[in-house]
Design a protein around this ligand. Structure first.
Ligand SMILES: O=P(O)(O)OC[C@H]1O[C@](O)(CO)[C@@H](O)[C@@H]1O
Length: 458
């Protein structure tokens, strides 16, 4: 099977029981029906993205026209508008844009994703780019996020100064079809603009032009990406616990948390190309599920990113012997056993000699199995998602798997997985302090908070 989930190690003494598992069948059916009802009402557009031919064509047509013109593509965005493009770049153009030789890039541009407003990073990036050969993708669902707008203003200033009226040729916006500040600017100035459907939220948008456009521009097969996602969508077409992999994952995570206090959910790929998927998953799981219930109770799991084997020498000590409050989901990649043969040298040095004749691929997979076994031996629940290979099809399937699982988990936790009210207060304080009109009350509310106390500084 192209993407499989082994959840044997969730059924350990003191963790998920067979009785809980059987009882969960109805629970998943309820969650699935609730998700599908919202979808039928026109919400949760992420479910339609794998089969949205119009958006795929919009994207590929733009990428075709751009072919050969740019050496560098820069995404301006943050959160869901940056983490998806980064995860795709790392997975499918491995070793980073700057690690690929010109030949390996086969004429495709390099992809940079700003993802922050650190002045040093942005200034340094802009200073090194060949502006005349650089395309900037301004990606924002809301079309108004402060960080992205600030990045845009900086870039726009540089482009205007250099190219005058032709600056707009270096820009493409990816945003809501109607709302936000970017759309009217695009219309007024004839800047190319691609759509994020109104019913697709930022962290669920990687399979819209948010992820597809940067991916297509650097030569990733976005048709295969969507085909893999569509296949996963079909596998999750009903709410049957025996056949729905995303539902199974969501139910197990929820049971481990709600029934057994395992609310820290580690995602640990054993494959460098998938390392940034863990960061993408963190936003998806955290921003979707960390919420306040109507009765005032705060709920939600805490996602933690990790990387195998690297984190075996860092976080795994905590996973093994720290508080019994975690689940670990490994992501394995099959079929790499022959890769990276280790030379048989130093036959007289036992600490080295046993490695000779094995391969790096074998070592990595054995280390993953050893860690999973060791955790299980200590009663620490874990699962393994296995991809046959890391290619666009499998990455698309992985994305749709985790997005559907998040939607189901929202129902199981009893929260709306598709809003993020908790980030608003900090934004209002920022606007107030930055002098944005209409946010004077927020500025005053912030000023009235207890201020930093000199006696508590060192
Ligand atoms: O794509 P936008 O609208 O600029 O939002 C960026 C990010 O900001 C948030 O709205 C809040 O953190 C995320 O949900 C979103 O991914």
């Amino acid at each position: 099977m192209a993407l499989s989930l082994d959840f044997t190690n969730m059924f350990l003494p003191g963790v998920v029981t067979d009785a809980e598992w059987s009882e969960s069948a109805g629970r998943l059916r309820g969650a699935h029906d609730a998700v599908m009802e919202r979808h039928a009402r026109g919400e949760l557009g992420f479910i339609d993205l794998p089969e949205d031919q119009a958006l795929l064509e919009q994207t590929t047509r733009y990428a075709e026209r751009a072919r050969g013109r740019w050496t560098d593509v820069v995404v301006l965005g943050i959160g869901g508008s940056a983490l998806g493009p980064i995860a795709l770049r790392t997975a499918l153009r491995p070793f980073g844009w700057n690690g690929l030789s010109d030949e390996a890039r086969a004429g495709n541009p390099r992809l940079h994703v700003l993802d922050n407003v650190d002045p040093d990073t942005i200034t340094a990036t802009l200073a090194t780019l060949p502006l005349d050969r650089t395309l900037f993708l301004v990606i924002s669902k809301s079309g108004g996020t402060a960080e992205t707008m600030a990045q845009y203003l900086l870039v726009r200033g540089a482009l205007d100064a250099r190219f005058g009226a032709r600056a707009v040729e270096h820009l493409v916006f990816v945003t809501d079809p109607a709302k936000g500040s970017l759309r009217p600017i695009a219309t007024r100035e004839s800047i190319a603009a691609l759509d994020i459907p109104a019913n697709v939220g930022g962290r669920f948008s990687v399979l819209s032009p948010v992820g597809l456009l940067p991916a297509a521009l650097i030569g990733i097969d976005v048709t295969a990406l969507l085909a893999g996602a569509a296949d996963m969508r079909r596998r999750c077409v009903d709410g049957d616990l025996a056949t729905n992999p995303a539902g199974t994952f969501a139910v197990l995570q929820w049971l481990a948390h709600a029934r057994h206090g395992r609310g820290i959910h580690v995602l640990m790929p054993y494959a460098d190309p998938l390392r940034d998927f863990a960061a993408w998953f963190v936003q998806l799981w955290a921003e979707s599920l960390g919420k306040i219930l109507p009765d005032g109770t705060s709920v939600g799991p805490t996602p933690v990113p990790a990387l195998g084997a690297t984190d075996q020498h860092s976080q795994v000590q905590l996973f093994m012997e720290g508080p019994a409050d975690k689940t670990v989901t490994f992501v394995a990649v099959a079929g790499r056993e022959a890769r990276g043969p280790i030379p048989a040298l130093h036959a007289d040095v036992p600490d080295l000699a046993y490695l000779g004749g094995h391969t790096l691929g074998e070592l990595l997979e054995i280390e993953r199995r050893a860690t999973a076994g060791a955790l299980a031996a200590r009663g620490r629940p874990n699962m393994t998602l296995t991809l046959d290979t890391v290619d666009p099809w499998h990455v698309g399937a992985l994305i749709q798997f985790l997005e559907l699982a998040t939607a189901y988990a929202g129902e199981l936790y009893g929260v709306n997985a598709f809003d993020q009210p908790g980030v608003e207060l900090g934004k209002r304080f920022t606007y107030g302090m930055m002098g944005r009109p209409g946010f004077e009350a927020a500025r005053d509310e912030f000023a009235a908070l207890p201020q930093s106390d000199a006696s508590r500084r060192i």
